[in-house]
Ligand binder design. Structure first.
Ligand SMILES: [Zn+2]
Length: 155
């Protein structure tokens, strides 16, 4: 049996994601009281050969200023065919193509094993990827110079 620290490391290795907190705040008040903001470091284009790409568009939260994507951390009411966004707590109906959804018949995006999903978007206009590099400059000049040179060559 793995320790909690080993479990977190295993998830980081698998998904390429590291969170500042490993639990989600249960309310906006609780989120506002976090000393360190909830955030994550994400390794883009992380290979997940164990999971196939999803060949349909993601289900988005209906709140216009949210647009979060349905994920395994959302609460789901299978009888009412609703899901609750875990970012803004908006109650969202499932789209018609999810009418057969049940606890035994779940889409990939609700399965815990799909902790990351690669969608192949069919309808939306695909824009080229945008990369944002955040560089911690607390290092010696030589190391920072080498990092600047590396980043200048990969961009
Ligand atoms: Zn939302």
């Amino acid at each position: 049996m793995a320790t909690y620290e080993e479990y977190i490391q295993q998830n980081e290795d698998r998904d390429g994601i590291r969170f500042t907190w490993n639990v989600w705040p249960s309310s906006r008040i609780e989120a506002s009281r976090l000393v360190v903001p909830l955030s994550c470091l994400y390794q883009p284009i992380k290979e997940r050969p164990d999971l196939p790409p999803i060949q349909y568009d993601p289900v988005l939260c209906t709140r216009n200023n949210c647009r979060a994507i349905l994920n395994p951390l959302c609460q789901v009411d299978y009888r009412a065919k609703l899901w609750v966004c875990n970012f803004c707590f908006q109650r969202n109906p499932f789209p018609p193509q999810y009418s057969a959804i049940s606890e035994q018949h779940q889409p990939a995006e609700l399965m815990p094993m799909f902790s990351t999903i690669e969608y192949t978007i069919t309808r939306a206009q695909c824009l080229p990827p945008i990369y944002l590099y955040v560089v911690d400059t607390c290092m010696d000049e030589e190391e920072l110079g080498a990092l600047k040179g590396f980043l200048a060559n990969v961009t």
